[in-house]
Design a protein around this ligand. Structure first.
Ligand code: GLV
Ligand code: MN
Ligand code: MN
Length: 400
C-alpha cells in the first residue's frame, strides 16, 4: 500500500477547518467564493505545489493539482454550506492530497487532486463540476444568482489565478471521491466503510407567488392575497399529493423562504421559496415535478396570485463504475473485514457530474449521529484514517 501519513493527513484537515472555523464543535462557514473559501483554496494550491503537483485553477475556480501524464483523479470540494461541518467535501480533498503526496514520494502511481467549486450550491447544484462535465453551460451558470442576488459571473471573478481553460478530462483514467456518509446508517450499524453503488437524483427550483401587500389590521381576512398563506396551502397540498408517488427513501425540502416585506403588521405580498426533491428513480422525480407545478398553478389561479418558476436545476441518478467500485470493496474487505457495506448515497456529490466524463466511484466513512450540513458534523478520527487507508489500498490495486 502507498505509504500514507495519517498524522500529516489529520493535521491538514484541521488546518483546512481553520479557514472559516465557526460555531461550537468543529463548525465551518466557508461558502463558495467567500473570503474564507478563497483563502482556503490558495492554501490548498500551496500544499499541492509542495506535493509536486502542477496547480491549475479553472475558469470557475475549481482547483486542480495535476500530476504528469495520465493519472487517476481524486478529490471533492472545499466550499461549505452557509452553516456546515469540517468534513463535508474537505475529507475528500485532503485524503486525495495525502494519497497524491504519498504516491509522489513512493514514485507512483500518478494521482491528481481536485477541489471543485460551489459543490454546496450557493448558485446552482454542484456548480463547478456541473460546468466542467457539460451538465451545465458556463453561459447558463453565469446567470444563476445566490439568495442575495449576486450572480455566479460576479462571484467567480473574485477567485484569483483563474486560467481561461478547463482541464482536459481525457488526462484522467477515473475519479474516486471519499466523503462522510452524512446519514445514520454506518454509525447505527457499527460499520466503518460504505462503498457507494449509486447516487440519487435531485431537482431544485425557486418558486415565487406574488399576491397583495396590505395593512395587517384593516384588511379583512376574506379576500386577502397573503403570500405566506398560499405557501402554507401549497405545502399541505403537496404532502397529500405526494403520498401515492413517493417511497420511504424519497425526500423533499423547502429549505429557504424569503417573505416580503417580512414584518409583523404587513400582510405579506410576495414569497420566494426553494423546492428541492431527491430520489433514486428519475421517473419519480418527474412525477413529483408535475405535482409541484400543477399544485402551484392551481393555487395561483384560484386566489389570483402571479406565479413564476426559476430555472429548473437538477442531476439525474447515476450508478458507480463496477471496476472502481470492486477495487474499493476489495480494499474495504482487506482493511475492515465484515465491517463495511455497499450502499446508495442520498447526498449529492461532484462524482455525479464527473461520471459524464470518466468512470467514478465513492467511499463513505460514518457520520456520528448521522449529522451533517450542521456545525455538529463529526467523524471519529480513527474512522477517517481507515477511510484514507482504504483509498490508498484501492489506488495501489488499480495501478497494478
Ligand atoms: C450536497 O451537499 C447535497 O446537498 O447533497
Ligand atoms: Mn459534500
Ligand atoms: Mn454538502
Amino acid at each position: 500500500m502507498l505509504p500514507v501519513n495519517p498524522e500529516r493527513f489529520l493535521a491538514d484537515l484541521h488546518t483546512l477547518r481553520s479557514f472559516g472555523a465557526a460555531g461550537v464543535g468543529k463548525g465551518v462557514v466557508r461558502p463558495a467564493y467567500s473570503d474564507a473559501d478563497i483563502a482556503a483554496r490558495e492554501w490548498l494550491a500551496g500544499r499541492m505545489r509542495e506535493a509536486g503537483l502542477a496547480v491549475h485553477v479553472d475558469p470557475v475556480g475549481s482547483v486542480f493539482g495535476l500530476s504528469e501524464g495520465q493519472s487517476l483523479l481524486l478529490g471533492s470540494h472545499s466550499d461549505s454550506q452557509p452553516e456546515g461541518g469540517w468534513l463535508d467535501g474537505a475529507l475528500g480533498v485532503i485524503s486525495a492530497l495525502e494519497v497524491a503526496r504519498a504516491s509522489a514520494e513512493a514514485g507512483g502511481p500518478p494521482v491528481s487532486v481536485v477541489s471543485f467549486q460551489d459543490e454546496e450550491g450557493r448558485f446552482g447544484v454542484t456548480t463547478g463540476s456541473a460546468v466542467w462535465s457539460g451538465n451545465l453551460s458556463l453561459e447558463k451558470a453565469d446567470r444563476l444568482t445566490d439568495r442575495d442576488g449576486v450572480t455566479f459571473a460576479e462571484a467567480r471573478a473574485r477567485m484569483p489565478g483563474r486560467s481561461d481553460d478547463f482541464v482536459e478530462p481525457s488526462r484522467f483514467t477515473g475519479f474516486l471521491e471519499m466523503h462522510i456518509e452524512q446519514g445514520p446508517v454506518l454509525d447505527r450499524e457499527g460499520e466503518t466503510i460504505g462503498v457507494v453503488d449509486a447516487i440519487v437524483g435531485i431537482r431544485d427550483i425557486k418558486i415565487t407567488f406574488v399576491g397583495e401587500q396590505n395593512h395587517a389590521g384593516t384588511t379583512p381576512m376574506q379576500g386577502r392575497r397573503d403570500a405566506f398563506q398560499v405557501l402554507s396551502r401549497f405545502n399541505n397540498l403537496i404532502l397529500e399529493r405526494f403520498a401515492n408517488v413517493v417511497t420511504p427513501s424519497t425526500v423533499w425540502t423547502i429549505g429557504h423562504v424569503s417573505l416580503h416585506p417580512n414584518a409583523s403588521s404587513i400582510v405579506p405580498g410576495k414569497v420566494t421559496f426553494s423546492m428541492q426533491w431527491r430520489d433514486g428513480d428519475a421517473d419519480r422525480l418527474g412525477r413529483m415535478e408535475a405535482i409541484i407545478r400543477e399544485t402551484a398553478e392551481e393555487l395561483a389561479t384560484a386566489d389570483q396570485f402571479d406565479l413564476s418558476f426559476g430555472p429548473m436545476l437538477g442531476l439525474e441518478p447515476v450508478e458507480m463504475d463496477t471496476r472502481l467500485r470492486t477495487a474499493l470493496e476489495r480494499a474495504a474487505e482487506a482493511e475492515v473485514p465484515g465491517r463495511w457495506r455497499r450502499m446508495p448515497s442520498g447526498a449529492l456529490h461532484d462524482a455525479t457530474n464527473v461520471s459524464q466524463l470518466m468512470p467514478v466511484s465513492m467511499l463513505f466513512v460514518p457520520s456520528i449521529g448521522g449529522i451533517s450540513h450542521a456545525f455538529g458534523e463529526d467523524t471519529d478520527e480513527a474512522d477517517l484514517v481507515t477511510g484514507l487507508n482504504v483509498l490508498a489500498v484501492a489506488v495501489t490495486e488499480m495501478a497494478d
